[in-house]
Write a protein that binds this ligand. Structure first.
Ligand SMILES: Cc1cc2nc3c(=O)[nH]c(=O)nc-3n(C[C@H](O)[C@H](O)[C@H](O)COP(=O)(O)OP(=O)(O)OC[C@H]3O[C@@H](n4cnc5c(N)ncnc54)[C@H](O)[C@@H]3O)c2cc1C
Ligand code: FES
Length: 280
């Protein structure tokens, strides 16, 4: 069992959990994720690692209540424990000294961008963070992001914090300051990542996005998480979740997400996975 050591409500439907998972904490790197299960009847839920403490042996995750399983997780308390906490999964972020990097987090995407920004700063990059949310009360982890960035630009749709607009307006604001941007990381809703990639492509700025398709096994067996990158089909769970934003077929990714919004289709994918994968 993987005990909850700490629980903190970040916004009305967003909760941060620090979980005791020493084996995962030893190996995990920024950009990776875990697949958790609350109990034997629970679904397998992929969640990005927001933070880790190798000494304490803990992993921090941030969960937004969007449906049945995430609601169950967010009801967990400091006395609860996860049955499964599998990871680290996925390919770690390529941390190098690029020069000036912009780390964009939209909504819940601020949580996974946090360890990436910190690692990029640690190796000497000039880190500018752009944090976007619908309104000020939904903006999470602002203080934490300030601690790992040289500059923070906030954009809210309603203008209740920072500049009014989208994260791309934040990006334009940075470029208008005359800064040269060497690389961009963007994590958030697919539409947001698409907008960022379209903004940076003509400027030739390397842009990495993190894809969150529906995942079932998380081991590259079932194909549920396939994404189209350039002309190739990739599996987000083993080839990603980070990909070159200029090569991602975002429209297909959005179509697939809406297909899986239907519970029946997800159940079908799960069955198919059990059948093809021959495990579980
Ligand atoms: C690599 C990766 C990292 C993620 N990181 C986080 C994170 O850090 N924090 C967080 O709150 N959420 C994260 N998610 C999304 C999270 O897994 C889903 O919100 C969760 O599975 C929803 O389950 P549900 O039963 O609560 O909702 P449901 O009602 O079942 O579904 C709501 C929506 O969640 C998505 N979803 C459902 N099942 C899955 C699944 N098995 N895999 C992926 N998406 C699914 C679909 O878009 C669906 O429309 C991540 C997803 C992936 C693939
Ligand atoms: S979840 Fe990636 S192949 Fe099954």
């Amino acid at each position: 069992m993987y005990k909850v050591a700490n629980r903190r409500q970040l916004a009305p439907s967003i909760v941060l959990f620090e979980v005791e998972a020493p084996e995962v904490a030893q190996k995990v790197e920024p950009g990776q994720f875990v697949i958790v299960r609350t109990d034997e009847k629970g679904e397998r839920i992929p969640l990005t690692v927001m933070d880790f403490d190798r000494t304490k042996g803990t992993i921090t995750i941030v969960v937004q209540d969007v449906g049945y399983s995430s609601a169950i997780i967010n009801q967990m308390t400091e006395r609860s424990a996860f049955l499964d906490f599998i990871g680290p999964l996925g390919v770690p972020t390529e941390i190098e000294n690029y020069g000036t990097v912009v780390c964009i987090g939209g909504g819940l995407g601020i949580a996974p961008i946090y360890p990436i920004a910190r690692a990029l700063k640690e190796v000497g990059n000039q880190v500018v963070a752009v944090l976007g949310s619908r309104s000020a009360d939904l903006l999470i982890l602002e203080e934490e992001m300030r601690a790992v960035s040289h500059e923070v630009v906030i954009a809210t749709n309603d203008g209740s914090a920072g500049v009014q607009g989208f994260v791309t307006d934040g990006l334009a604001y940075i470029l208008n300051q005359g800064k040269t941007i060497n690389a961009v990381w963007a994590i958030g809703p697919v539409v947001m990542m698409k907008a960022v990639a379209e903004f940076t492509k003509p400027l030739g700025i390397k842009t990495i996005v993190s894809m969150n398709p529906v995942m079932v096994d998380g081991t590259g067996m079932c194909g549920a998480c396939r994404v189209s990158i350039g002309s190739e089909t990739k599996f987000a769970c083993v080839d990603g979740p980070e990909f070159d934003g200029h090569l991602v077929d975002f429209d297909l990714a959005m179509q697939r997400l809406s297909y899986f919004k239907d519970e029946e289709n997800r159940a079908r994918a799960r069955l198919q996975c059990n059948h093809e994968g021959g495990h579980h």
